[in-house]
Ligand binder design. Structure first.
Ligand SMILES: Cc1cc2nc3c(=O)[nH]c(=O)nc-3n(C[C@H](O)[C@H](O)[C@H](O)COP(=O)(O)OP(=O)(O)OC[C@H]3O[C@@H](n4cnc5c(N)ncnc54)[C@H](O)[C@@H]3O)c2cc1C
Ligand code: FES
Ligand code: FES
Length: 493
């Protein structure tokens, strides 16, 4: 493998680490274990599922005085994306007087660990939780642990340990005062670097001898120009799909363009009609944003992966990835979401339901990318419902997920928009089923009509996660549930 020439800089426990000669696809986990011998962080699945590798990544907040943390699965994150950030591993928790963090101590006292393989990841997920929430409810603890698998202890002692640790509330916060200053020193630029002649120089974080690069632009303009110049590049957003391709398919993208440091792409613009969500905004942020207006959509996102997945995975990445069972798309399509696509300095707006052309195929041209997602807000007359069906409640992939938007006028369903994943090569609207619903009252909609519309809308195929018979039945029953318990009726009960 060709060697890199540049350096990745990050802060670890009061020190700036300069990782030299790393590859553009070296994972954070591999560097911690092999490069730094921080072997407390474990490798279980290497695909973001088990949580044995969870660490915390920190960035300065808007005031530049505090560090905001998020949990990540270090197995699927590429080290160059850590440039300019800080990291905390399980080894970071021990205090200078050799005492353990209250969470570690409580895990011992409550017998929260047996073989211990999962324990560092579990402790890191919980320590991350209590940085902001020192009195978590059982549900919040359970949510925080939804991406951590323990095969021997069982979760009850771990939950008890968390409650116990929180009795020592003042000792939960990590001492990161030294890291704040160091993060200032290694902060990545927020404006383009210019040459003497005024041209933008995009200095790669990593460039191999073969000339393959990992770049981390500061502005949308730089991203757009780079993609026009090197259309074969791979955009890296939250890395929850790319990381898998690197680990499991041994993919080595030629150039990687990381968009996570572009401030403009991290923006959400909130107007009366819609949210405009930048391509680098995480699903966790989207979930919090829409919670009040779209509780069903927020619930679909709460069941999307786990906190470490949602804290980095982006809405735009979910859309661009275009999996047939992608979970955000049915909700977005039913709500009439649009995409702003950009190539060079030109942008165009398209409806999401016109974006896909086949399985993992879309209308993006070479060098074009999703700049933002426009998510409309509904009026008080509109009703939105969504539900994800999967074998396990959390951290599981959909058998199908359905979402619907409609109004009730004179007792009839009007302006129906219905979308599914899991039934076709890509998530899609279902116009024939919409036609069955349009203009009828909920009691006039029959199972027979719905079954016929489902059969004529999709090609019957059994899949790994469910048979066609099951999917078709669920697709029908979800509609009946959606239209028979409209919110306005519930409210008037
Ligand atoms: C453990 C685990 C659980 C998961 N659970 C779910 C789940 O419950 N539901 C679900 O739907 N998915 C799930 N996924 C899949 C994945 O997390 C999502 O598809 C995620 O939203 C991808 O976003 P990302 O930002 O991580 O994308 P990345 O991995 O960074 O990129 C994914 C693809 O999109 C492209 N891309 C990214 N941003 C852009 C852009 N702005 N413009 C053009 N192309 C772009 C990339 O080049 C790449 O091809 C899971 C994955 C893992 C590992
Ligand atoms: S090793 Fe399993 S999530 Fe990373
Ligand atoms: S203690 Fe053994 S896997 Fe959790």
């Amino acid at each position: 493998m060709t060697q890199a020439t540049n350096t990745v800089r990050f802060v670890l426990d009061g020190r700036i680490i300069e990782a030299k000669g790393v590859r553009r696809t070296t994972t954070v986990l591999d560097y911690l274990r092999e490069g730094m011998h921080r072997t407390g962080t474990k490798e279980g699945c290497a695909e973001g599922d088990c949580g044995a590798c969870v660490v915390m990544v920190g960035e300065l907040d808007a005031s530049n005085k505090k560090i905001e943390y998020k949990p990540i699965n270090s197995c699927i994150h590429l080290l160059p994306s850590l440039d300019g950030k800080s990291i905390k591993t399980v080894e970071s928790l021990k205090k200078s007087d050799d005492t353990l963090h209250p969470m570690q101590q409580a895990m011992i006292e409550c017998n929260g660990s047996q073989c211990g393989f999962c324990t560092p990841g579990i402790v890191m997920s919980l320590v991350n939780l209590v940085q902001l929430n020192t009195k978590p409810s059982r549900q919040e603890i359970s949510d925080a642990l939804s991406g951590n698998l323990c095969r021997c202890t069982g979760y009850q002692p771990i939950i008890e340990a968390t409650h116990k640790a929180c009795q020592n509330r003042h000792a939960l916060k990590l001492d990161d005062s030294q890291d704040v200053q160091l993060l200032e020193q290694i902060k990545r630029p927020t404006t383009p670097t210019l040459s003497l002649h005024g041209e933008t120089i995009l200095q790669p974080v990593v460039r191999t001898r073969k000339g393959n690069e990992f770049v981390s632009p500061a502005t949308i303009g730089e991203v757009a120009d780079y993609l026009v110049q090197f259309p074969q590049s791979t955009i890296l957003a939250g890395s929850t799909e790319i990381g898998l391709q690197v680990n499991k398919k041994f993919t080595r993208p030629e150039h990687i363009v990381f968009i996570g440091n572009v401030q403009e792409l991290q923006q959400v613009t909130d107007t009366e009609q819609a949210w405009r969500i930048g391509a680098a905004v995480s699903l966790e942020r989207v979930m919090n944003l829409i919670q009040n207006m779209y509780p069903d959509f927020a619930q679909v996102l709460r069941r999307f992966g786990s906190p470490p997945i949602r804290s980095t995975a982006t809405l735009a990445g979910n859309i661009a990835n275009g999996s047939p069972i992608g979970d955000s798309m049915p909700c977005l399509m039913a709500l009439g979401a649009k995409l702003i696509l950009r190539k060079g300095s030109k942008t165009r707006e398209v409806l999401l339901d016109q974006f896909y052309t086949g399985q993992k195929q879309n209308i993006l041209q070479k060098g074009e990318f999703i700049e933002s997602v426009i998510l409309p807000k509904i009026s008080k007359d509109q009703i939105f419902k969504a539900h994800k069906i999967s074998k396990r409640f959390e951290q599981d992939i959909s058998a199908t997920c359905a979402a619907i938007l409609y109004e009730i006028k004179n007792g009839q369903l009007k302006n129906v928009r219905l979308a599914y994943n899991g039934l076709a090569p890509s998530p899609c609207r279902a116009p024939k089923i919409e036609a069955v619903l349009e203009g009828r009252s909920s009691s006039q909609v029959t199972e027979k009509d719905l079954d016929a519309a489902i059969a004529s809308s999709f090609v019957a195929r059994d899949g790994l996660r469910a048979t066609w018979t099951y999917r078709a039945l669920v697709a029908r029953n979800l509609i009946l549930q959606f239209i028979q318990t409209p919110q306005h009726e519930e409210a008037s009960l």
